[in-house]
Design a binder for this molecule. Sequence first.
Ligand code: MG
Length: 360
Amino acid sequence: MKVNHPNQQASLSHSLIVGLILQYCRQENLTMVDSGYISPPRVPLCYPAHSVVDNLSTLPQTQIFPSCSWHSLCLNISLMKYCRFQLNGAAHYGLVESVAGSDVPGSNVAGSKNDNEEITRLLLQPPQHSDGDVEGLPSRRMDHIPLAQADLLPPVQPSKIVCVGRNYREHAAELGNEVPQEPLLFFKPPSSLLPPGGTILRPKASERTDYEGELGVVIARRCYQLSENDDVRPYILGYTCVNDFTARDLQNKDGQWTRAKGFDTFCPVGPVVADGLDPWTGVQVETTVNGGVRQSGNTLDFIFALDVVIRYISQIMTLEPGDLIATGTPKGVGPVVSGDAVEVSIAGIGKLRNPVADQP
Ligand code: MG
């Protein structure tokens, strides 16, 4: 198995590996019986980026984790993250790494802070031009910038944003809707994109505006009319947080959703695009308003799994590299007003926080 890492020349630090193992022990309530297995010299101080799993696999892991495997441990690790940001008046894509192993990728939602992450390298080509291999893109060193202090932009530049409506059973029920028999699709325009921290503007035309926290999928390769036998994973570049902000009253009034979903600022996205998540084995999506939890769903509850969704969309339209798919929102949607702040959190990606204000 290949472990993706933002910098092929870099190594995973011993402290990061130990941090991952300790995190896993805490999650699984396991006791490390012999920490010597993860200490030098039995494990080298650093692991070459692409052989870390092989190195770990040689360890007698059953003596450390009786009920898991390195494979399952590493499957849940997101090691490739990138953002888009403004620096000296220009927009750049940058690779994002955890510092000191303290923000462990793959941690639970509550621990998915971006506080300990830094932008470490400039990508010299957009990730959507990498044919799925972001690691292989040319990059150059830069003075590290803490992600929390960066002037972030939306990490995607899609030709289109394809959204799935009512893809969680309990969300369909809470709005009094039938469960769809096939994926229900709609668009948001790219002009609705909003960066992390950007202010969502409630239009004067609407009296009820709702948050919808969702897992976003970024397309890696052009695809059209994928067959049942096609594996969709090579077509996925990574995942991000999306807030499918909605003028609920206009959605009900119009019958079709272009206006309700399409206002400028109605598509906050970010803070990063990350790989290593697995929606098929469960990704937790949580939304808070002013710190109070409003939505807490899991992609295991999708009505239509992600492979079904991607194949279905590809029967209709060509998906281009960089296109964004919003996979639907779990139950718990509700209104926000001026002065509120909405935060969408996904483990392995981080937190997408946006304040809300009335359009002046
Ligand atoms: Mg939605």
